[in-house]
Design a protein around this ligand. Structure first.
Ligand code: PMP
Length: 358
């Protein structure tokens, strides 16, 4: 820290993203990226923007917003695009929280929420999950402040029924309830809170192109809410980074959103591999939570997760572990291609054997 860094942020603890090492032949299962390439139309769509790059991007992201609105069945002014969900979460917390309006979230959830609270001077109100990592909806009733719920949750992969989130929104009519649906496309039909946005003026759904649309590097996310909430978010956006979505990402996102068949095909492939991988882990003695996402959360009754992670890493297979006390003995394993998961299991079997001293 230099002597110029503002003392107001001296205690800031930045988020630690999954590593992105440039190791050849790496099986990278640590950041919940999609193993399949973006939709085939994305390359031409991005190439088509190059000539126009001398101009600023479209402030309203009209083409992308229209594609999202069409797919979500809402008018365009119910949609706001951003530079990844991470930016939309920042805009929302800036818009709907302050020193007297805390942000409530689970003890085990996306660890970026407390980081944003620290950055923005917003008190965090931590609401523990139950012992089995499911959402204790009644703990949110009448809570006030602002609420963010990742659903499906990360890193557990568990889905809470939208009806539970609906009751939380009903029980907190004075609060904005943000539903972070980064992984919902892997959760099957009926998992999204999107239909609730029509009914509740205090509910916002946050989505990303990083997972199910294979565009993590494009940095693209969107939120859907009634126009008044979207207008609030826009007030913050235009006070901070008006051109937050660049032209290339906008074109990439629109092309990805318009290719429904490719989306369905790749999501189905990931879900099939998820089922096979869960079965393989259970056959090796792991406890695996039921995942509604593109990753699995697993623990072994006898093998410390830290040692397994190291054993996998030595074999060029990267997975993720978190150090929060309740989950430090768990591994989060992103679902890759079937070939990648074969290499994962080969490395895992060696690591398990090594632990045995064989
Ligand atoms: N929410 C959750 C629950 C996530 O796991 C992630 C990915 N790390 C994000 C949001 C951020 O996604 P994006 O790449 O769109 O910023």
């Amino acid at each position: 820290m230099s002597r110029f860094f503002t003392p107001a942020l001296a205690a800031l603890e930045p988020y630690t993203p999954g590593e992105q090492p440039a190791v050849p032949d790496l099986v990278k299962l640590n950041a919940n990226e999609n193993p399949y390439p973006p939709a085939p139309g994305v390359a031409a769509a991005v190439a088509g923007t190059i000539a126009g790059l001398r101009l600023y991007s479209d402030l309203t992201e009209a083409r992308l917003t229209a594609a999202i609105a069409r797919r979500c069945g809402v008018p365009a002014d119910w949609v706001l695009c951003g530079n990844g969900s991470d930016e939309n979460l920042l805009l929302a917390i800036r818009a709907f929280c302050d020193a007297d309006t805390p942000l409530a979230f689970a003890d085990i959830t996306y660890s970026f929420y407390p980081v944003l609270c620290n950055l923005l001077g917003v008190p965090a109100r931590v609401v523990p999950l139950r012992g089995d990592f499911t959402l204790d909806e009644t703990a949110y009733y009448g809570l006030g402040g602002t609420i963010v719920i990742a659903n499906p949750n990360a890193p557990t992969g568990l889905l809470a029924p939208p009806a539970a989130i609906e009751r939380i929104a009903q029980q907190n009519p004075g609060s904005v309830v943000i539903v972070d649906e980064a992984y919902v496309d892997f959760a099957g039909p009926g998992a999204s809170c999107l239909p609730l946005v029509q009914k509740y003026e205090n509910l916002m759904v946050v989505r990303t192109f990083s997972k199910s649309r294979s565009l993590a590097g494009a940095r693209l996310g969107y939120c859907v809410a009634q126009p008044a909430l979207v207008a609030d978010m826009n007030r913050v956006k235009f006070s901070y980074s008006p051109y937050n979505v660049n032209s290339m990402s906008e074109a990439a996102g629109a092309a990805a959103m318009e290719d429904e068949a490719y989306f369905q095909k790749t999501v189905a492939a990931v879900c099939q591999t998820r089922a096979d991988t869960a079965a393989g882990l259970r056959a090796r003695g792991f406890t695996v939570l039921d995942s509604a996402t593109n990753f699995l959360f697993a623990t072994h009754p006898r093998r410390p997760a830290a040692a397994l992670l190291e054993g996998l890493r030595r074999r060029r297979v990267l997975v993720r572990r978190f150090t929060a006390p309740r989950i430090q003995n768990w591994l989060r394993i992103t679902i890759g291609t079937p070939a990648q998961m074969q290499r994962f299991f080969a490395a895992l079997d060696e690591a398990l054997g090594e632990e045995d001293g064989n």
